[in-house]
Design a protein around this ligand. Structure first.
Ligand code: ADX
Ligand code: SF4
Length: 238
């Protein structure tokens, strides 16, 4: 067996263990490449892990198209969680539609309304949640474990791809003919909301196009924070 086959078998076993021991467990998919690996594994194995996406209202059409690609390939409807309309309207009327460019505080407040609050609803009553984070993605993820405690949501959080490289992800998607976001072929290695994501140059860091106007150490949207702090930032050399 080659290395990727072994890695994928380990990850499949982790997902099966989560389904068996942490029911009900859910998987948060941003519809980007890493999340398509996990989606493929969950759906092909028929694991009882519901998949949801936070539909922020600011996603690219190419990202939304992945929902149809998943439906066409696997016959599965990814559940969508949307922000509260009143909170969005209040933010926009008080600050402007794109106020997140003005300060880290304004950016985090937008992420709180559009992602973090809906995430809380998506996780209510669950025993565990799963993400597609990888250690190699950024300085803030350098200490990432496959299994961690998530006190903010009162449950266990799994990052089954923690050990995967970017190449592993793309080899898996190719070998298994998994559908993926068309933006990945247009210079977008990492994809979030449209106004906060841009293409990167070859050789640039994979997350260089995310919140590119901010310092690398502030680039987390709040989905992966505890009490307003990055969970792993204190053990990262700054
Ligand atoms: S982010 O925190 O900077 O936005 P990133 O885009 O790298 O995160 O995604 C990391 C993981 O967070 C994804 O693999 C996924 O599990 C979760 N995630 C991020 N954005 C979303 C989203 N819009 N909907 C659901 N899950 C998401
Ligand atoms: Fe708002 Fe940008 Fe955060 Fe999306 S990524 S929720 S548009 S600040």
């Amino acid at each position: 067996m080659d290395d990727l086959t072994v890695l994928a078998a380990d990850t499949g076993a982790t997902l099966a263990r989560i389904a068996a021991d942490f029911s009900p467990a859910v998987f948060a998919s941003s519809l980007a490449a890493e999340d398509m690996v996990i989606t493929d594994m969950i759906l092909k194995a028929g694991l009882p892990i519901a998949i949801f996406s936070l539909e922020t209202g600011r996603l690219h059409p190419e990202t939304l198209a992945v929902l149809d690609q998943v439906k066409a390939t696997y016959g599965y409807d990814i559940a969508l969680f949307k922000p509260q309309e009143a909170a969005v309207a209040q933010y926009v009327s008080a600050n402007g539609l794109n106020a997140f460019y003005n300060s880290i505080e304004m950016r985090r407040e937008c992420c709180r309304i559009r992602k973090v609050e809906p995430l809380g609803r998506a996780l209510a009553g669950k025993k565990a949640w799963i993400t597609g984070q990888r250690r190699a993605q950024s300085t803030t993820r350098a200490q990432l474990d496959i299994e961690e405690d998530d006190p903010a949501h009162g449950m266990t959080k799994f990052n089954p791809l923690a050990d995967w490289s970017e190449q592993d992800v793309w080899n898996y998607l190719r070998d298994n003919a998994v559908p993926y976001n068309a933006l990945h072929d247009q210079g977008f290695p990492s994809i979030g909301c449209a106004p906060c994501t841009r293409a990167v140059q070859p050789g640039e860091d994979v997350r260089a196009g995310r919140w590119w106007w901010e310092n690398p150490d502030s680039k987390e949207c709040g989905l992966h924070m505890v009490d307003g702090k990055l969970i792993r930032i204190k053990s990262v050399a700054l």
